[in-house]
Design a binder for this molecule. Structure first.
Ligand SMILES: [Zn+2]
Length: 253
């Protein structure tokens, strides 16, 4: 079957940081036969405050060459880790159990979120030499302050687990959950394989698939990712998030 031009496959590698350079290379190689350079990378400026992206470093040079080849670069938080104290019990539970404290932008004030966005954007854009494609919060979690700061920054694109939207225009661009794998614990790994199996059978017009560095360490996940992309690419054209903009948006709603 020929892939329909109306149905898009959007692939992304999360947590792109010098901390995970080996895993990122392996994931890029795994996805390449399926999507080529039609891929997004989600860049963390300083993962956990321990892995700064340094202009002029070998990793920064690789990031720039990926961007030069057309890979979309998104700003993905700043530190990635949620160090804030959550006031509400529900938020605290959500932060701890759903994301292993990776929801950096859940509890930030508008001012703090805005500062981290401005600092991170400047750093990443200095490194890649072009504007970032957009912003995606760690663990897809946005608090009220973060949402305001993302709108204020005027990014063309943002996404959470269930949708893609344009903070610049306020328009929703695509709906449907992201297929992703969780590899932190054996239980989560098993449940994410089951979820990916189910999600492979659903059929949104825009199918997003996101992979994370730890996925590359588990052969069972690598096989699942490979199979999922093979199935998804049969009926969809690998595309870029920017394809959702530029007047073609209505085709993908
Ligand atoms: Zn992340």
């Amino acid at each position: 079957m020929t892939p329909s031009s109306r149905r898009l496959l959007l692939a992304s590698i999360h947590d792109v940081s010098p901390r995970f350079d080996g895993e990122i290379d392996r994931l890029a190689a795994l996805l390449h036969p399926h999507v080529g350079e039609r891929l997004a990378m989600l860049v963390v400026p300083n993962h956990w405050g321990e892995a700064p992206l340094v202009p002029g470093s070998a990793f920064a040079t690789r990031l720039r060459s990926w961007a030069d080849r057309g890979i979309e670069m998104f700003l993905h938080g700043y530190f990635h880790r949620d160090d804030a104290r959550h006031v509400g019990g529900t938020d605290r539970l959500k932060a701890r159990f759903m994301t292993a404290n990776e929801g950096e932008f859940m509890a930030l004030s508008r001012a703090e979120a805005g500062k981290r966005i401005a600092d991170g954007r400047k750093l990443v854009e200095d490194v890649i030499g072009v504007p970032v494609a957009g912003f995606i919060a760690p663990a897809w979690l946005y608090g009220a302050g973060a949402l305001e700061a993302v709108s204020e920054a005027g990014f063309a694109l943002a996404e959470d687990h269930f949708r893609v939207w344009s903070p610049a225009s306020g328009e929703q661009l695509a709906r449907g959950p992201v297929i992703t794998w969780a590899s932190r614990t054996r239980l989560r790994l098993a449940s994410s394989l089951a979820a990916a199996g189910t999600l492979r059978r659903i059929s949104p017009d825009v199918l997003r698939i996101g992979v994370h560095p730890p996925d590359a360490r588990h052969p069972v996940l690598v096989r699942s990712i490979d199979k999922t992309f093979a199935i998804a690419a049969r009926k969809r054209r690998p595309g870029r998030y920017a394809d959702l903009l530029a007047g073609r948006r209505r085709d993908f709603q």
